[in-house]
Design a protein around this ligand. Structure first.
Ligand SMILES: [Zn+2]
Length: 237
């Protein structure tokens, strides 16, 4: 496990393809996303090494219902007894993982076929807490609804500690910060709009960004998202 900034850990025991995070706060710890299916034991072992028993996990927050983020949610919720939270609109995709749509017609049959392979299929799970935009959680996160990549995608802003967990609303792969407009994003209009919203409403609220995909940006994160949104919309933000 690697500490990105004080109290925020990237659980790199699950590899670097996709990231999940641990946030330490006064009443225990919160997990953000759960990696691919079958990573539950690895994540629990990483927690144990850090000094946390399963019951110390107070909440598991899902940024969005893609199998690389929800893959081990069922297993981890069962093992920890934690609250499992996601955006209201995303609930149905956790309960029925095969409903997830990709952008391209070409990919749809492939995804459908993959959805029958256990390695790529999260077990269905029912969230126990539904979140809405602007909600403030006890661990200090403000929920920001950032639809586009999925309808109920959320990012999590920690205003006091000035960091943003972007989920897949932003990606930082190949050394480039960009919106997520790839083949797995069915609604690119809203994906761009969500970047604008992050920049316009919250661009001054965070310094650090951690991503589902790509290395963390430690400094000037808000400024960089504002610059990105200014470029996308050809207007100063
Ligand atoms: Zn992802």
């Amino acid at each position: 496990m690697r500490e990105i900034i004080k109290g925020l850990w990237q659980i790199d025991e699950i590899g670097d393809d996709v990231h999940c995070f641990l946030w330490e706060w006064s009443e225990g710890v919160t997990l953000i996303d759960t990696g691919y299916p079958g990573k539950g034991a690895t994540i629990l072992a990483a927690l144990r090494k850090q000094g946390y028993a399963p019951h110390n996990v107070r909440r598991i927050i899902i940024t969005h219902a893609d199998m690389d983020h929800t893959g081990s949610a069922y297993q981890l919720q069962r093992a920890t007894g934690a609250v499992l939270a996601c955006h209201t609109v995303e609930k149905i995709y956790l309960e029925q993982p095969r409903r997830r749509q990709s952008a391209s017609l070409f990919l749809r049959p492939i995804l459908w076929a993959l959805s029958w392979v256990p390695t790529f299929t999260p077990a269905a799970v029912t969230p126990t807490e539904l979140l809405v935009d602007g909600q403030v959680l006890p661990e200090g996160f403000t929920v920001i609804h950032t639809p586009g990549h999925t309808p109920g995608h959320i990012a999590l802003l920690h205003k006091a500690n000035r960091f943003l967990i972007s989920g897949d609303a932003l990606v930082n792969t190949r050394n480039k910060l960009r919106p997520n407009l790839g083949p797995f994003t069915p609604d690119t209009y809203n994906a761009r709009r969500s970047v604008w919203w992050l920049a316009k409403k919250h661009g001054d609220d965070f310094e650090t960004i951690v991503f589902g995909h790509g290395p963390a940006i430690l400094q000037n994160g808000g400024k960089r998202v504002k610059a990105l949104a200014s470029r996308i919309f050809s207007t100063e933000i």
